[in-house]
Write a protein that binds this ligand. Structure first.
Ligand SMILES: NC(=O)c1ccc[n+]([C@@H]2O[C@H](COP(=O)([O-])OP(=O)(O)OC[C@H]3O[C@@H](n4cnc5c(N)ncnc54)[C@H](OP(=O)(O)O)[C@@H]3O)[C@@H](O)[C@H]2O)c1
Length: 272
């Protein structure tokens, strides 16, 4: 069990799913947490459950707006005094065949998944440097290999990965670490429901509830984020299935392409 007593942790996308589970996990490990997302009611309710303002602060924030990201960081510091960990977790998915996407879809995808993380990091950096803190970016296995029907989602996560890699080296002299956590599939989350779904999407297929092998719970992903914040590896790929696909892709990308094409055709024919 990692100890986060006396630590202040900022988490974006804390209203549901992995971010919510991470907020609970960090609190259980002793941290004080600042919670960001757009759903104010959900955040306030979670902050109450986590012990109220001494321990958890709800700060409604749209991460696609740089001013709101600055306010999130400023209010967190005004309240708790400092920052040790920033978890850039807020995200959504644009799903569908690339040629069926509409103008603005890709921009919105990047605005939230990539620029949201960048804005929060920029605002938090001076505070993280003062505490030799850590940035945990919640990316995706899709950002490591590129997955069909979520091409711009994959691209937004790949951008996050490349940016994080460079930033890690830039910030090492200051004692600040940048960690990339790549979840595979996670159950019980609304990522697709709140996303942009276009023709050809494999998300939200009525009556299709079968889970991919290796699917984790949000709580398992949250524990991995906690571990990442404590141990500070460069990259953490989650789930045996996520690691298997990532490794196979480095050895035989043509094989992963073939499997994805086969899987996509079966899914579109409704065979799974
Ligand atoms: N679920 C998976 O299978 C999976 C796999 C790989 C990676 N991931 C990544 O894990 C992260 C968490 O996803 P999840 O599965 O937990 O999905 P989720 O349940 O939909 O949670 C997404 C969170 O992001 C917040 N969010 C979305 N747009 C926002 C915005 N503009 N400003 C602020 N907050 C925003 C949502 O809150 P509001 O709507 O209240 O703003 C919510 O709290 C994402 O970055 C996702 O890409 C998930």
């Amino acid at each position: 069990m990692h100890d986060f007593h006396q630590k202040v942790v900022l988490i974006t996308g804390a209203s549901t799913g992995i971010g919510r589970a991470a907020a609970i996990a960090f609190r259980q490990a002793g941290a004080r947490v600042a919670l960001a997302a757009r759903s104010a009611d959900a955040l306030v309710q979670l902050a109450d459950v986590l012990g109220g303002p001494d321990w958890a602060l709800a700060i409604p924030t749209d991460v696609s707006d740089p001013d709101q990201c600055e306010r999130f960081v400023a209010e967190s510091v005004a309240h708790f005094g400092y920052i040790d960990v920033l978890v850039n977790n807020a995200g959504m998915v644009v799903s569908g065949l690339f040629e069926k996407l509409e103008p603005g879809d890709a921009e919105r995808q990047f605005q939230i998944n990539f620029f949201g993380a960048l804005y929060c990091t920029r605002a938090a950096l001076p505070h993280l440097k003062a505490r030799r803190g850590v940035i945990v970016n919640v990316s995706s296995v899709a950002g490591l290999i590129g997955t069909p029907t979520t091409s711009v989602y994959s691209a937004s996560k790949a951008a996050m990965n490349a940016w994080a890699r460079a930033l890690r080296v830039e910030l090492r002299p200051f004692g600040v670490d940048v960690v990339t956590v790549c979840p595979y599939f996670t159950s019980g989350v609304q990522l697709a429901q709140k996303g942009i779904i276009r023709e050809g999407s494999l998300h939200n297929r009525p009556g299709k509830t079968r889970r991919a092998p290796g699917t984790q719970t949000a709580e398992e992903a949250a524990q991995a984020i906690l571990r990442a914040a404590a141990r500070r590896p460069r990259l953490l790929v989650l789930s045996w299935a996520g690691r298997a696909i990532w490794r196979l892709d480095r050895l035989a990308p043509w094989l992963v392409d073939w499997v994805m094409e086969w899987g996509m055709q079966r899914l579109h024919k409704g065979e799974t």
